[in-house]
Design a protein around this ligand. Structure first.
Ligand code: PGA
Length: 250
């Protein structure tokens, strides 16, 4: 019922030349797969380069953040409209690195989600608990708050949720498939209460140290519909391995 969805979050990596090489290799290896949706989210400066390289392939283009205002005196920021103009189809919102280092809150996530929706951009909304929160047994409470406050008054059109336990991001410590499934099932129930049957069509990605050798176990879980990939998205072999594994397991 749900097409698997894998997105590569390149974070603050890739000059235009590096982006061209990486995207070119991905087009060659996975650019025509049709049983899966794959998106690349380069840094702003490489968006146009990646757009050009993936044009005509089945790969989708995304950005890593946006500002909620349409335009104006917001030095350093980029709006949803600008991303649409750059031909992005989607945007990552509320990544834990933005929450941790750049003051992102559930309230700013909420504004950004509404701005993305108003501009017709898809969104990947990131949520997830820290190690301290997990160890004190507050995982579901934190995830519930992030969903409730982040999605307050926001629609579900073209919305993907990425569950990313903060302790698993960039650490090599992946959540076990069972740990991830428990939270994904909780998120699905929450979405069902909120959006009804539409929740069965919404995709929930897992993120945090996803690699070709752990993707099968994750994708075997009923409520894991794909992944948001950081480190491994910068290597064509590992990213393509994750994509192929995701197709194979669904
Ligand atoms: P990682 O990052 O795959 O390097 O753990 C995931 C993410 O931050 O989205």
């Amino acid at each position: 019922m749900r097409t698997p969805f894998v997105a590569g979050n390149w974070k603050m990596n890739c000059t235009r030349r590096e982006a061209e090489r990486l995207a070119g290799e991905l087009v060659k290896q996975i650019g025509s797969l049709d049983a899966i949706d794959v998106a690349l989210c380069p840094p702003y400066t490489a968006i146009e380069t990646v757009r050009r390289v993936i044009s005509g392939s089945r790969l989708h283009l995304g950005a890593q953040d946006l500002h909620w205002e349409r335009k104006g005196a917001f030095t350093g920021e980029v709006s949803a409209e600008m991303l649409r103009d750059a031909e992005c189809e989607l945007v990552i919102i509320g990544h834990s690195e933005r929450r941790q280092f750049f003051g992102e809150t559930d309230e700013s996530v909420n504004r950004k989600l509404k701005a993305a929706a108003a501009a017709g951009l898809g969104a990947i909304m990131c949520i997830g608990e820290t190690l301290a929160e997990r160890e004190s047994g507050r995982t579901l409470e934190v995830v519930e708050r992030q969903l409730r406050d982040g999605l307050d008054g926001a629609g579900h059109e073209r919305l993907t949720i990425a569950y990313e336990p903060v302790w698993a991001i960039g650490t090599g410590k992946v959540a076990t498939p069972e740990q991830a499934q428990e939270v994904h099932a909780f998120i699905r129930r929450w979405l069902r209460d909120r959006y009804g049957e539409a929740a069965d069509r919404m995709r929930i990605q897992y993120g945090g140290s996803v690699k070709p050798d752990n993707v099968d176990g994750l994708m075997a879980q009923p409520d894991i519909d794909g992944s948001l990939v950081g480190g491994a998205s910068l290597q064509p072999e590992s990213f393509c391995g994750i994509v192929r594994g995701s197709v194979r397991m669904k």
